[in-house]
Design a protein around this ligand. Structure first.
Ligand code: FE2
Length: 386
């Protein structure tokens, strides 16, 4: 792993240099899913992931065509939206893709300028700048299409003091499961089709001003059966990271192909949510029914002290505890990281989650790719999709 990271082209300082500043991003504002039954999905995210009820819009607030539930945990905001009738683009989206991410909302200072800068560089428009207001102020939003049918929505909220957005009311609920310690979105990964990774790398560079700061080829991400390629795109301040995966030729069908077959287009593969106490977070999530990929073999954990020898003095966690939960460990020259992956959270083998705790490392767990993909292949085998 450390050798792979040494070949990285951009250090953090160079991210600032290489990136362009025509699209300053303050952070992720929210991620909106189109789902078949938002009421039940919201219950799952509250119960299993520890999200809190924040806002709601639907029939009771005057909407006729959809219902949306807004959930929050620390800085992470999810919106779950469902169609209320058959004549709905939301329903069409769910029919084609199943439950999945439709909108990645990016928090900006100026949504009109973000839209203008990206569309003049060639972005396809999803929504022209639109102002919505109520007694608490106004929100400006504008959107462009990204990979597949996924939308990047610029959200300007500097003149708004209300709950989430105009049109929403506070969602009062007596059901308040404890948070599990998820803090913010570390990165969001997209799967794209054959030979499309570099097309999207260029899209992020040209349209969004991002830089490619890490690359993994099919020789680094390979198992006995399947392979993939991945490039990590980051914005100027390094806060927003979008890795992009493309399938690569292997003996059998890779997880990326499986995703593309079942999502029926490119789209978001996983959201990585950061915690500062992964042992507690994962133990909580497991006790609430979240299913994680199976534990790496004993040999994986036996090799940890050797793989992490430069960092063992700083290493605080109990390896036995990590092993019990199936948490994986990786390191680069700056530190280490702890990570684990859920199984897909819907019946189609599409979107899943990563829980990550960074202890200085800025990588994505390349040292774990092989163990991880072998674990995914065991699941594919059961599904008959390998
Ligand atoms: Fe990840």
């Amino acid at each position: 792993m450390s050798q792979e990271l040494k070949s990285v082209e951009y250090g953090l300082e160079k991210i600032f240099e290489g990136a362009q500043d025509f699209l300053p991003l303050l952070g992720t504002d929210y991620v909106e899913f189109y789902v078949g039954n938002a009421k039940q999905s919201a219950h799952y995210y509250k119960t299993a992931f520890g999200f809190q009820s924040e806002a709601y819009a639907g029939l009771e607030t005057g909407l006729k065509d959809r219902a949306s539930y807004v959930l929050k945990q620390d800085k992470i905001r999810l919106v779950l939206t469902t169609a209320l009738n058959s004549d709905s683009p939301i329903g069409e989206h769910v029919k084609k893709h199943g439950d999945g991410v439709k909108i990645i909302a990016l928090w900006v200072d100026d949504a009109r300028k973000s839209y203008e800068e990206t569309t003049k560089r060639g972005a396809n428009s999803f929504m022209e700048p639109k102002v919505t207001s109520d007694e608490n102020g106004e929100i400006v939003q504008a959107g462009i299409f990204g990979y597949g049918e996924t939308v990047f929505m610029f959200t300007e909220r500097k003149n708004y003091n209300g709950i989430f957005m105009p049109g929403y009311v506070k969602w009062e609920s007596d059901y308040k499961p404890e948070p599990v310690g998820l803090k913010f979105i570390d990165h969001m990964v997209g799967n794209v089709g054959w030979n499309q990774m570099d097309v999207w790398v260029k899209w992020f560079e040209d349209i969004m001003g991002f830089v490619n700061f890490l690359s993994f080829d099919d020789k680094q991400i390979t198992t006995e059966y399947s392979a993939l390629m991945s490039k990590v795109m980051a914005n100027g301040n390094g806060r927003i990271k979008f890795p992009i995966n493309e399938p690569a030729e292997g003996m059998k069908r890779s997880q990326i192909e499986e995703y593309l077959d079942f999502y029926e287009s490119p789209g978001v593969q996983h959201l990585a949510l950061a915690t500062d106490d992964i042992i507690k977070t994962v133990a909580d999530m497991k006790s609430r029914g979240v299913e994680f990929l199976s534990v790496p073999p004993q040999a994986y954990y036996d090799a940890i002290p050797d793989r992490l020898k430069d960092h063992m003095d700083k290493f605080k966690e109990d390896i036995n505890e990590l092993q019990k939960l199936g948490i994986m460990i990786d390191a680069d020259e700056e530190g280490y990281l702890l990570q684990i992956f859920t199984k897909p959270v819907e019946d189609r083998p599409t979107l899943f989650y990563e829980v990550i705790q960074r202890m200085g490392a800025r990588g994505f767990g390349a040292g774990n790719f092989k163990a991880l993909f072998e674990s995914i292949e065991r699941e594919q085998e059961k599904r008959g999709t390998l």
